[in-house]
Design a protein around this ligand. Structure first.
Ligand SMILES: [Zn+2]
Length: 409
């Protein structure tokens, strides 16, 4: 039986992505932080495109752009985000939004199946908070949280930013329970798995949880010239020892894709002629298996205690953040994999996402699925981020085909 392929217009997809790249262009990427002028223009650009695609477009009170359909039948909501990290790439976010727009254009014109609705979630990149747009949509953001939110670069308050954008006082749109059969998002991989294996589509199985720790060693602050080595209680040295210890011990207890990072080290007071009195590090672990993390956390605490004892310091390990891995829906994974088989020669692999995405928030209230396209050199959060045009088009075809399969009666 011939497959009834939805027809994607690859040139239109590339033209849309390039139109967004021109809004806040920086080298070959973009500088489009949340509620900057270019970001606002990109939201208006999308609202205009949604209207052209016969969707009712709305920018709500937190800066989410939503395009809804009056068509009967099952509905998917699809999207991603339009703001960027500072001086970053052109595809992180826009790819998923443009795929969703293309899916709406292709699928909503087909009277035999349901509809795709489009969303651009505000501030996925966390200029003001954590997933504020998608969390607002699922009902997980309070007004107090918005009152307290500030731009991490400019210190402008979120309330001021909303006012400047003309959004103050507008209602925030919440998910209508039961309206959607699920949420689907496409994104660049931002890693090397697909490129290294020559594959075109990543079928996301889960989005990792992030666990974060503050580890503080306390020793004895003293003179760097007169304090003999054997008399020192140097917490900076203890911290360095812990980093080496974790590097040796973690691989034996971690899963195949566990990652861990020391993101910040601070010595107090931090002067060349003073043995520090205190040393602090911020440490992060990401994995999609809470059992693995439990073991690693135990190892972290044991190692820190051992190193502290050896270094004649005390140590405190504080968990700052617990991750909740988000599982992608099995039916959505199957639909994406089958779509890859039909339109991408089966060049797909199932893989977890090591980065956070709005899909993990939507997954708390409805089935969710994600697909990845390859990133050249695995580069992202940098202006040189890129994907081959042919891969962008293949991704769009798989995305629309997956939507069609999910919506088909
Ligand atoms: Zn993104």
């Amino acid at each position: 039986m011939p497959e009834n392929h939805a027809k994607v217009d690859g040139a239109r997809v590339l033209a849309d992505l390039n139109a967004l790249r021109a809004i806040g262009a920086y080298k070959t990427g973009v500088h489009r932080p949340t509620f900057s002028e270019p970001h606002w223009h990109s939201l208006e650009w999308l609202a205009h495109k949604l209207a052209e695609a016969s969707l009712a477009a709305e920018i709500d009170g937190i800066g989410n752009v939503l395009g809804t359909s009056a068509k009967a039948g099952p509905k998917l909501v699809a999207g991603s985000h339009l703001e960027s990290q500072n001086f970053a790439g052109w595809l992180d976010g826009p790819l998923g939004v443009v795929y969703a727009l293309e899916a709406a254009r292709v699928i909503n014109a087909d009277p035999t199946i349901g509809a795709v609705e489009v969303a651009a979630w505000c501030d996925e990149e966390g200029h003001f908070g954590q997933f504020l747009g998608s969390r607002s949509y699922v009902g997980a953001v309070t007004d107090e949280e918005i009152d307290a939110a500030r731009d991490r670069s400019s210190e402008r308050s979120m309330r001021q930013a909303l006012q400047d954008a003309g959004l103050a006082g507008r209602p925030r749109v919440k998910a209508e329970i039961g309206r959607h059969i699920g949420y689907i998002e496409a994104h660049i991989e931002q890693g090397l798995v697909l490129e290294r294996s020559g594959l075109k589509i990543g079928v996301v199985t889960s989005i990792v949880g992030i666990w974060q720790y503050r580890i503080t060693f306390t020793g004895e602050q003293n003179h760097a010239g007169t304090t003999r080595m054997k008399d020192r209680k140097d917490p900076g040295l203890a911290l360095a020892r812990l980093c080496v210890e974790l590097d040796e011990r973690f691989p034996r207890a971690s899963g195949p894709r566990t990652v861990w990072t020391t993101g910040r080290i601070a010595l107090d007071p931090g002067a060349p002629s003073i043995i520090p009195g205190r040393a602090e590090m911020l440490f992060q672990i990401r994995d999609d298996n809470p059992e693995v993390i439990e073991n690693l956390e135990r190892l972290l605490r044991d190692s820190a205690a051992e190193v502290a004892a050896r270094s004649r310091c005390s140590v405190e390990v504080t968990r700052l953040r617990s991750g909740v891995p988000a599982l992608m829906d099995a039916g959505f994974q199957d639909a994406i994999e089958k779509a890859s088989a039909v339109v991408a020669g089966g060049r797909s692999t199932r893989m977890p996402s090591g980065a956070g995405h709005d899909a993990q928030i939507l997954a708390t209230i409805m089935p969710a699925g994600m697909l990845f396209v390859p990133s050249i050199g695995g580069i992202s959060h940098h202006w040189s981020e890129n994907t081959e045009e042919a891969d962008i088009i293949t991704g769009a075809e798989v995305f629309v085909e997956a939507c069609r399969r999910l919506l088909a009666p």
